[in-house]
Each structure stands twice: as C-alpha cells, then as structure tokens.
Design a protein around this ligand. Structure first.
Ligand SMILES: NC(=O)C1=CN([C@@H]2O[C@H](COP(=O)(O)OP(=O)(O)OC[C@H]3O[C@@H](n4cnc5c(N)ncnc54)[C@H](OP(=O)(O)O)[C@@H]3O)[C@@H](O)[C@H]2O)C=CC1
Ligand SMILES: N[C@@H](CC=O)C(=O)O
Ligand code: NA
Length: 922
C-alpha cells in the first residue's frame, strides 16, 4: 500500500465493495483490470493484496464509478453494474455554517432557508455547534476536572439553550423526539462529568466526546427544521464516517480510504437528498471520538467535499469574502472575486481571513471550488477559491492580475548574523538554524546575500532574546576570533507580503512593489522571495507597516491612488483650490483612480481635521464653526499619520516664511510639499540648497510651479529644457501679474493708485501689494528661476527698482498704504507720459542673465510694437533664450496671476504628484 496515491486510494473501497458483492476471492483479485482507469489507479490496484474480510459480505452497494470499472475474474466475466440509488459526484453541493450562522433559532431558520434555496440536486450541510457552545462544553470539562461542581448548573444552561432553540423552531413529534435525545444526552454527560469530577481527570477522548455534543445537537435541530420545511433530510453523525489519525502538533490526517468506505455504507442506509452533518468531530480508526482541531468544521466540509466529489463547497461566514488586504488597515481593500488554491493558502499563512491551508488540500485534488460567502449579506457573491483562474487575455498586461492581495505579520524581530568567516564555509547555515531550532523558535523568513557575509532571518519578537543568546553561545569562538563580526537583533519589525499568481516571475511586479514602498518613504530591511512565485516578502519597521501596506495596496490599483492632503492657508488661493478640488474630485476618482482626500485645513487661527476626509461642499462653514485652535504640529501629524492613506502632501498656500521653514523637516519625514509660496525658494541660499538636495535624494516630492507665472508652465518648461540638456542663456519677461495689469491698464486719464486698487481687488497682488510694487515679488521669481538654472544668488544680489514711493516704504499697514498711495500718483504719471511721448510703454521686467550669472528687476521702456507691449490684463510673458531656442526664443505667455489660474497651477502639481505616486496617465 505504500505506493498508493491519495487519488488511487480513494477509488479502492468502491472496488472492494463491488468485488465483495460478487463474491470475489483474494486469488481472483490479482486478475483485475480496469478498462478506463488512469495508470495511477491501475498501479494502485495491482499492489493491493487481499480483500479485507469485512468487505467480503454481500452488500447492496453498487457504486457509480467516476471511471467505469470492468472486472474479469474466474467467477465473474460480465461488466460490474454501476447503477446506484446513491450518487456521488457533482450533483452534490456542500455548505458549511459556522457557530455564529447557527447562533440563534432565527439564524438556524435563516440557514435552513439558504439550504432550501440552493437548487442543487443533493446537498450536504456541515454545521458547527451554536456559537459559544463548544467553549461551554470545554468549560464543563475544566470545571469537572478541577472539582468545581458548578459544572452541573453550567450543563443545565447548555440544556436550556438547546431546548429553547428547539422549542422556538420545532413542534409535534420532531420537537418531542429532539427533546428526548437532548435529555438522554445531557443525562449521559452528567454521568460522565461526574466520573471526571471524581477522578479529577478526563482523557483527551473524553473531552472530544463531551465537546462534540454541540455539533450533534445543532445538526439534529437543523435537519428537523429542514424536514419541517418539507425537505427529505437526514442528519449524519460524522463520527460514523470521518476517520482521522493524529498527525503531530494539534493536527490530524484524514484516512480517506476508510472514510470513503464508511461513507458509502452510510449513504446506502441513508438515501436522503439533503444531509446535515456535524462539523468538527470525527473518530479515530479505533472508533474513538476525536475532533479535527482548529478550524475543524471548515476542514470537515472540505473533506466531505472530496469524499463526495462535490460540485462546490460553500463556507458561510460573516465577511463578504477574502479581502485584498485587512479592511481594518486598508479601508479601501476590495473583496477578491477569485483566488487560486495556492494564493488562498499564502494569504491565510499571513493571517488574512482565509481558510486554513489544510482545508484547501482535500478539495484541491479534485478541483472542487470553495466559495466564501457572507451569511449576513446574501447579495455579495463572495470569493471563489479554485484552480488557477485563467488570466484573461486583455488583462495579461495588468499587474493587478498577478498580485491578489497583501498581508502583514507584526511583532517580529530580525536577527542578522554577519562576518567574513561565513563565506564559503559549509555548515554555517546549518549551525545557525540548528541553534534556533534547539531553543524551539520559529523562523518566519530567511534571507541571505549571495556574498555569504550575512544571514538574516525573522523570528517572533518574543523569541528573539533567547535566539540571540543561543547564537552567541554557539558562535562564541567565531565571534571572539573575529570570523563573525556580530549577531545583531533588529527589533520592532513587521513582514509585509504580496501574494499573487506567478507574480514573482512576471517582470515589473517587484519593481512596482518596491517603487511604491520607496514613494511612501518606507525603508525595506530585508527581502525574501520564494521560488513558488506566489509571494514576495519584505521586512519593514513595525511603525511603517500599515503605511507600507496602504502604499502597495493603492499602487496595485486595488484601490485608488490616495493622497492625504493638508491645506495650509485657506485664503484667496487656498480657498479657490479647495473649491476646485471639490468640483473635480469625482472626475479624478472615476477617470484617473486618484483620490485626493483633504484631511485637514489650517489657517493662522483655526484648523479643521477629519479622519476620513473633509466634505468640501461645506468646508468653509465647517472650518469656521467646527474648527479647533490652529496647531501646526498637530495638524501635520494628523495629515501624515493619523489615518489610512499612505501618502501625504501639505499644500502651503500662505505667504509665510515660518511655514516655509518647515518644508525641510516635512520632506525629511516623507511628507510631500506643494506650494505657490515663494519664500522657501527665494530665501537664504544655504537653506534653499539643503532643501533641494534633500528633495533630490529622497523619494519625497516638492513641487512649486505656481511660484512663477502662477498656473503658466514656467517651472515645468525650464526643467524640461534643462533636463533634456539645453543650455539656458537668458530668461527675461514680465513676471508680475499685478504690475503687468497695472501698466496694461494705466492708460489715458486713469490714475496709478486706482489701477493698483483694481489689481488688488482682482486677486493679482500679494497679500501685501507693496511686495508687488516694490519689485520684491518679481525679484523672488527671478531668484527662483536663476537658482533653477544653477546660479548661486541671494535675493540681495538682485538690483531692484522699487515703485513704492519712498515716504510710503515704512507705512505700517496695507490699508494705510493704499490710502496714502493716491498722493504719489503724479510721479509715476510723469514717467508714463514721457514714454508715451516717445511712442513707448512702461513695462516692469525681470531678467536672469545666466551667461553673466546675474539678475535684475527694473522698469523699462519698450516700443509699442515690442511683444512686451502687446499684453493685456494680468498677462505674464516669459522668454527663454537657450542654445536650442537661440534665434527665436521660446515664449510662454498668458495670465500670470489671479485666484483661478494660480489654484489651477497648484492643482496640476497635485496631479503630477499623484502620477509620480502611481496614478495612471489619462
Ligand atoms: N494671488 C496670486 O495670483 C498668486 C499668489 N501666489 C501665492 O499664493 C500664496 C497665497 O496668496 P493669497 O491666497 O493671495 O493670500 P491670502 O492672504 O489670501 O491667504 C493667506 C492664507 O494663509 C494663512 N496663513 C498665514 N500665515 C499662516 C500661518 N503661519 N499658518 C497657517 N496659515 C497661515 C492665512 O490665514 P488667516 O486668514 O487665518 O490669517 C490665509 O488663510 C502667497 O504665497 C502668494 O505669493 C502665487 C502665485 C499667484
Ligand atoms: N502677486 C503676484 C502673484 C503671483 O505670483 C503677481 O502679481 O504676479
Ligand atoms: Na507657473
């Protein structure tokens, strides 16, 4: 029998029965041939010697072979009849209902309805004990063993619970019959527990016998309810059928051959089309009651599925199916439609709410699908676990097809054994893991660089101390001789595993995974990829684990590219941005799978925080009415850490230097920064250089398109020129929307102060319009562009011609300034008139002279035909003279100030960030 495969062995009992039915003898059996059996099956039969005597009896058990069997013996030359009243095969559908599904009378009725609605020809329903009953039963044994006589009242409670349930569901003979069985069982249990109480000890099989009563009662109640509903139904005590042998630590192995034989006999005697079977319990080959241990009822259902060659096994539970990640950690995790058997057991290993791997093995060998469904949400189709679902042709290029889900294990530590004396020394790994084994620690993953200088592995945190000690002892000599440099422990680690069909062998999957981790600024401590192709495992810091999970989950499109957005400064530009986000959010989600979620808004006095995202349709009133006292540190922490989105961006819409001073720290902690605020890039050169260096070396993004030309693509254009290798010679233009507007409108009889007022009202000016008139704003833009070109200039290096009249330079407030400005109208009017008289216009320009490494900001006169004289409104015009654009400069022109265009520029930076973080291009 050693050569029997599980598949072959499953066929044998049927053959024996057939032979028995025809009185075959041991000698004749050696001449058996099966006309269409597989070679495996034939081999199995040839090696089987003799007929077990108990099978020799004539029994009316003719079976329907999956392969049609023809037997030739001395006594039998005709085809074995294969008609049978009991059919096994795909007419059977198996359902399994756990304890919560049958927890109350109402739920048992609900289960009965579900069973009745399944229109399969034959059904086997595996049930657990009513919820909490198994615990109550084990508690009875505990109490009796410790001579606590309250076991009696606890047993009464068990009786009452089942009696009450039965009374609620049954009546007449069914009720009377169940109650008499229940009373008999309870009396037997009382006697048995009394014996345990006296002895102060109960054996394991005693415990199994007592504990299994919950299933016996729930199966009998449910089958009676089904009969009451007019269904032809019997119940099965699976201890009569299911035979298992102990297989080490808290596990059992089913004996398929014996179980199948017993099942066949059972079915002959119980020909009902619906059978309710007890989950969890079984017998040993010696017919002693036992249990299937952890997840026992799921296992029962899977074994039954295999024994019946069922069409499908449905496991009813209280979740919609298997999720792509733990929904408590990734709120946007999705229920997976399908999983292969291998994917399911990889996921379950990593603690996902999937079946235990051993539940999958029995059904896997017959390709029987398992469907996980939610009993409380019948509209959810659930997750089907089956043979590798075929990859749709059009989906082949989509990496999501290869990655199904992500799971994590916390509370781990890494152990790193390192030293030059390890390379090329056979037995080092064996010594290391021998030491680990000796202290009974469980190694969860292993990684060794091919240079052989270090071996690193993960163990549960609680075991790491003893592991490290054992290694230090084992390698004491190597450590003191310097052949090993260290046994290092890296505590507080977590494992993140990506699971999916053939992902490891598909180009691009691991790149995408690691890219997503890098984008979220997560450091990977160790990596392992099994050859199974189903799993890539990384070790990260525990505090990063949930963020890592969210980052990879969102990167693989299982959910949207989500970014937590914090808006600092809901003034003119910030408010306009918020309104644009409000209007565009749905389109972005739909079209580019991008979810820009505003988690906080902070002004100088108040802030509004949300854990799920602020309702932008009423952000203003919420900020005003529900806002708390502004606290920038708390705000930043909230946006970055305090929720379920992996990436965070702060959008600084202030003009504050204090706020800009934080950018370095924010980038350093992995927070992206987007801003129209010019202070950081035009502030002290050393700070600026530090900031840009950090930006370049980290995966954290810093975008500031709106700092020059508002929404016009100035920074973008300049960066493209530089990155493609062009050399900038000069950038010059009208960089101030305010001053452009002023000089475009300062015509005829209009006064200078009036047009300044208009520019302010139109939202073109800086919060303080003196920044525009003094040329500071333009000088900042010149500096920003100059530094982008590599010039190391300070703001003070730029000569600036100010338009603020000297006496007003020290004016305290913006209002005072605006009030006093009209008294100086005549000075500038005189300059304008002089230009006019020469057929020229006044234009306020900035120049970055890259060749000569300098910049200037001044009021110049241009001929009326000059392009700078053709502008209108708040137009900016910027001309790039480069090596490539030499004869004709590259010109960007358009409105360069104003709320909508500026907010639009910031918004486009946000989308650029999203696409850098993995959002698809549209
Ligand atoms: N207007 C335009 O066309 C363009 C503007 N920009 C830039 O956009 C930025 C915003 O301009 P704008 O909207 O007009 O300015 P506003 O004065 O209208 O708004 C500034 C906002 O910042 C808030 N704020 C100021 N200091 C702080 C602080 N320390 N912490 C938190 N919030 C603070 C203010 O809050 P509170 O009201 O509570 O004080 C206010 O909400 C500026 O940097 C400007 O240079 C760039 C390109 C074009
Ligand atoms: N005040 C600025 C706004 C943009 O930076 C301008 O007028 O250009
Ligand atoms: Na711009």
């Amino acid at each position: 029998m050693a050569l029997l495969t599980p598949i072959a062995s499953l066929y044998l009992p049927r053959l024996y029965s057939q032979l028995a039915a025809h009185d075959a003898t041991a000698e004749t059996k050696s001449r058996i041939c099966l006309s269409s059996a597989s070679s495996l099956l034939q081999r199995a039969l040839i090696y089987k010697i003799g007929l077990p005597s108990d099978l020799r009896k004539r029994e009316p058990c003719n079976f329907n072979f999956k392969v049609s069997a023809s037997v030739t013996t001395d006594v039998l030359t005709t085809e074995v009849p294969v008609k049978s009243p009991i059919v096994k095969g795909d007419t059977w559908s198996i359902h399994k209902f756990g304890g919560t599904c049958v927890g109350t009378a109402q739920r048992i009725q609900n289960v009965a309805n579900i069973v009745m609605e399944d229109n399969s020809e034959r059904k086997l329903v595996v049930v657990s004990a009513m919820s909490k009953v198994t615990d109550m039963m084990y508690d009875l044994i505990e109490k009796a063993q410790s001579r606590d006589d309250s076991y009696e009242s606890a047993l009464d409670a068990v009786y009452e619970k089942h009696k009450l349930t039965a009374v609620n569901l049954l009546d007449g003979d069914e009720l009377a019959s169940f109650l008499s069985i229940l009373t008999r069982d309870i009396n037997n249990l009382k006697a048995m527990l009394r014996a345990i109480y006296i002895a102060g000890h109960g054996t394991e099989s005693f415990s199994a016998f007592v504990a299994g009563h919950g299933e016996l009662w729930s199966a009998q109640i449910l089958s009676a309810v089904l009969r009451k509903g007019g269904i032809d139904c019997t119940w099965m005590d699976t201890r009569d059928v299911l035979i298992v042998t102990p297989a080490g630590s808290n596990q059992v192995d089913p004996d398929y051959e014996d179980s199948e034989h017993r099942l066949d006999n059972w079915l002959v005697k119980n020909p009902s089309k619906v059978v309710v079977a007890t989950g969890f319990i079984a017998s040993t080959p010696q017919n002693i009651p036992t249990t299937l241990k952890r997840d026992g009822s799921d296992f029962s259902a899977a074994i039954m599925g295999a024994l019946f060659r069922a069409r499908q096994v449905t496991i009813w539970t209280d979740v919609d199916g298997v999720y792509s990640a733990d929904p408590r950690k990734v709120s946007e995790a999705v229920v997976l439609n399908t999983l292969s058997y291998q994917e399911a057991w990889e996921m379950s290993y990593f603690g996902a709410n999937v079946l235990h791997p051993r539940t999958i093995i029995p059904v896997m060998q017959y390709d029987i699908p398992i469907v996980i469904r939610n009993i409380f949400n019948l509209s959810a189709p659930g997750t089907k676990i089956c043979r590798t679902p075929a990859i749709e042709v059009e989906e082949k290029d989509n990496l999501v097809t290869y990655v199904k889900g992500f799971a994590t294990i916390d509370n781990l530590a890494l152990v790193n054994v390192e030293g030059t004396g390890m390379a090329g020394v056979p037995g080092t790994a064996s010594d290391i893991f021998g030491a680990v084994k000796d202290v009974g620690a469980n190694v969860i993953m292993i990684s060794q660089a091919s240079s052989e200088h270090s071996v690193c592995f993960a163990v549960p945190e609680k075991e790491v101390k003893v592991v490290a000690k054992a290694l230090e002892t084992r390698f004491r000599q190597a450590l003191s001789a310097g052949r090993l440099s260290q046994v290092a422990v890296i505590p507080n680690c977590s494992i993140l595993a990506a699971v999916g069909q053939k992902m490891a062998s598909t180009p691009g999957v691991s790149a995408t995974l690691f890219n997503a981790l890098a984008q979220a600024n997560i450091n990977v401590r160790a990596i392992a990829q099994g050859c199974s192709e189903y799993n890539i495992t990384v070790v990260v810091k525990r505090e990063d684990c949930v963020r890592a999970l969210r980052a990879v989950h969102s990167r693989f499109y299982l959910s949207k590219t989500s970014i937590a957005v914090g808006i600092i400064g809901p003034g003119l530009i910030g408010a306009t941005l918020l309104n644009q986000l409000r209007d565009q959010a749905a389109v972005l989600k739909e079209k580019s799978k991008t979810d820009l979620r505003v988690m906080g808004i902070i002004g100088s006095k108040k802030m509004l925080l949300s854990d799920t995202g602020i309702d932008l349709s009423k952000w203003e009133e919420l900020h005003k009415e529900k806002g708390e006292k502004a606290d920038l540190e708390k705000f930043v922490h909230h946006v970055h850490k305090n929720h379920f989105i992996p990436n965070a961006v702060l959008v600084d819409c202030t003009s504050s230097t204090d706020v800009a001073d934080h950018y370095h720290d924010w980038l350093h902690t992995g927070i992206h920064v987007i801003t129209p605020n010019k202070k950081a890039n035009s502030g002290p050169l050393d700070k600026y250089l530090r900031l840009r260096a950090l930006q370049r070396q980290s995966f954290t993004h810093y975008f500031y398109e709106a700092t020059v030309g508002a929404g016009l693509p100035i920074m973008h254009t300049l960066r493209d020129l530089l990155q493609t290798g062009d050399k900038i010679i000069k950038i010059e233009g009208i960089f101030s929307g305010t001053l452009s507007y002023i000089f475009n409108s300062f015509v005829d009889m209009r006064s200078f102060s009036d047009v300044v007022m208009e520019a302010k009202a139109a939202g073109y000016t800086e919060p303080d319009p003196r920044d525009d008139l003094a040329g500071t704003d333009v000088a900042r833009k010149v500096i920003i562009l100059a530094r982008e070109c590599g010039l190391k200039l300070e703001l003070s290096d730029i000569p600036v011609q100010s338009l603020v009249p000297d006496p007003l330079k020290e004016t305290a407030s913006v209002d005072d300034f605006m009030q006093q400005l009209p008294s100086f109208d005549s000075d500038i009017a005189t300059k304008r008139q002089a230009a006019e008289d020469a057929g020229e216009v006044l234009r306020y320009v900035g120049v970055v002279d890259v060749t000569n490494q300098k910049g200037v900001v001044e009021l110049r006169r241009y001929k009326k035909q000059h392009p700078f004289a053709q502008l209108s409104g708040s137009d900016n015009i910027i001309s790039f003279t480069t090596e490539r654009y030499n004869k004709q400069p590259l010109i960007v022109r358009g409105p360069g100030a104003g709320a909508e265009v500026t907010a639009g520029g910031i918004f486009s930076d946000l989308l650029r960030l999203a696409s850098n973080l993995g959002a698809p291009s549209c």
